[in-house]
Design a protein around this ligand. Structure first.
Ligand code: NAD
Length: 496
């Protein structure tokens, strides 16, 4: 069995705690991937001290040269795509097609970041005073604490770290304890690409130990967190008290709306992919299906038929549609929501249990599950389950569909299937989400566009695309007065 280490101060080192945790394949828990450090606050402190040294060097490296290293990262990820996809599926369960997509998102993000190293635009604008220049540019900030969830083990760390690094910051990376192997290999790739060792630190461990220590460390001015809204609130409290720059990407309760005038076959493919891909464990997963009454019964019938034929299994086996949940706790949570659905009077159409099939007995599998007759405002309809459970709500018209979509505390993504231009553009204007798809599922973000949600999904920042570069840099405004005289803005300009 392999015992893995942290990467601190340029070396692979054991944790000061001398404690470890096991990482097992969720599709077959007999398969032990390795032991990983269960680090503590002392390991975080060492990592931050080293990252400060890394920052001093890296922040002075020209941004285009920083970008060159990101390009090499993209090249290495391309070469190692299949290997990474396989180890990621073994570690967190989603089928290979999806983990390949996860790696590809990292590759796209790397190449975007590489080019951004030659842009990082500031502004030059006219001064109101004569013989004076006014301009702004973007400065690195310092050590960034990067805390990530299990469901996109590579893509999400790349969304955060690549822009952070191109902007000239150093990173202390705490991957989710469910996916430490992907985190380990990711850091190997960064080092292979030539990133100076002290610019990246990897500290494995649990959220309440390593994550909390990183968030509370006074020399970490930037925290980027993706995970549950519950954990995000704790992170936000500490960052608020310490005046840290914080990006939060949290939970969702995303809906696909299907109108009477929709292409039903297209909408069917969309909801299958949106609701049951990654076993429903995506922040953008389709958790609610809002059906207009004219197509409700027919569409539900089509959907239930298809869901019965989805194949559960190890994501590395060809033909697997749906992998396991990440761990037993998640499966128990899904079971609790099945009970809640029943007690709230929703009708269980399909699924609702642990599967009994051969080869599934050692994994955290759960049947793809659909409830119909779900009442807007019920717990099943309101709360994030993070599993393969879809709640179907019947509505009269677009007004009611949009109200149901907007009636939750989250606001990540939404989707509308319709043949009407009118309904499409109304949806773009009226749905309270960071992302709205027309005639496409709730999942499908592209790396070069901003990504994030409104309401309790986020705190106003975006990942991806051009906007994230604002988060990882400070704007410095520069005035250069070459008039040789004291010129007073506002006062001399409009004197008299
Ligand atoms: P989680 O909140 O349990 O854990 C996320 C990370 O936070 C992990 O690395 C964990 O170790 C760490 N953590 C836990 N407690 C902490 C603490 N007290 N202080 C600091 N860090 C701590 O989430 P998860 O189960 O890994 O992921 C699922 C959640 O993530 C879902 O709610 C999902 O919607 C959300 N998510 C959101 C997005 C998005 O972009 N909006 C993307 C992916 C996942």
């Amino acid at each position: 069995m392999t015992t893995f280490k942290n990467f601190i101060a340029g070396q692979w080192v054991e944790p000061t705690t001398a404690a470890y945790f096991e990482n097992r394949n969720p599709a077959d828990t007999r398969d032990l991937i390795g032991r990983f450090p269960r680090s503590g606050a002392e390991d975080v402190a060492r990592a931050v001290a080293s990252a400060q040294r890394g920052f001093a060097q890296w922040s002075r490296t020209p941004a285009p040269l920083r970008g060159d290293i990101l390009r090499r990262v993209g090249d290495i990820l391309t070469t190692r795509k299949e290997e990474l996809a396989n180890l990621m599926t073994r570690e967190m369960g989603k089928p290979l097609a999806e983990t390949r997509g996860d790696v590809q998102e990292g590759i796209d993000t790397a190449y975007y970041a590489a080019v951004e190293g030659r842009r990082l635009f500031g502004h030059t604008v006219p001064s109101e005073l004569r013989n004076k220049w006014a301009m702004s540019y973007r400065r690195p900030i310092g050590v960034c604490g990067i805390i990530t969830p299990f469901n996109f083990p590579l893509a999400i760390p790349t969304w955060k770290m690549f822009p952070a690094l191109v902007c000239g910051n150093a990173c202390v990376f705490k991957p989710a304890e469910d996916v430490p192997h992907t985190g380990h290999v990711f850091v190997e790739v960064l080092l292979e690409a030539g990133l100076p060792p002290e610019v990246i630190q990897l500290v494995h461990g649990f959220g309440e130990d390593v994550g909390a220590a990183l968030v509370a460390h006074p020399q970490v001015p930037v925290i980027s967190f993706t995970g549950s809204t519950e954990t995000g609130s704790k992170v936000g409290e500490t960052c608020g008290r310490m005046h840290k720059r914080l990006s939060l990407e949290m939970g969702g309760k995303n809906a696909q709306i299907v109108m009477d005038d929709a292409d039903l076959s297209l909408a069917l493919e969309g909801v299958l992919w949106g609701a049951f891909g990654t076993t429903g464990q995506r922040c953008t997963a389709t958790s609610r299906l809002i059906l207009q009454e004219g197509i409700h019964d027919r569409f539900l019938g089509m959907l239930v038929d298809r869901v019965r034929s989805l194949r559960l299994g190890d994501g590395r086996v060809a033909g697997t549609d749906v992998g396991p949940l990440i761990h037993e706790e998640s499966r128990k949570k899904v079971e609790r929501y099945v009970e809640i659905g029943r007690s709230e009077g929703a009708r269980l159409e399909v699924g609702g249990s642990r599967p009994s099939g051969a080869g599934l007995e050692h994994g955290y599998f759960f049947e793809p599950t659909i409830f119909s007759g779900v009442r807007a405002g019920s717990r099943l309809e309101q709360e994030e389950i993070f599993g393969p459970v879809l709640s179907v709500v019947r509505v009269r018209d677009a007004d009611e569909a949009f109200a149901v979509n907007n009636g939750v505390k989250y606001g990540l993504s939404s989707s509308v299937y319709t043949g009407s231009v009118h309904t499409s553009f109304r949806a773009l204007a009226e749905l309270d989400n960071g992302i709205t798809y027309i005639n496409a599922p709730t999942i499908g973000a592209e790396a070069h566009l901003p990504f994030g949600g409104v309401k309790q999904t986020g705190n106003g920042h975006r990942e991806g695309g051009w906007e994230v570069y604002e988060f990882y840099s400070e704007t410095k405004v520069c005035y250069v007065d070459y008039s040789g005289a004291l010129q007073r803005a506002q006062i001399d300009t409009y004197a008299g």
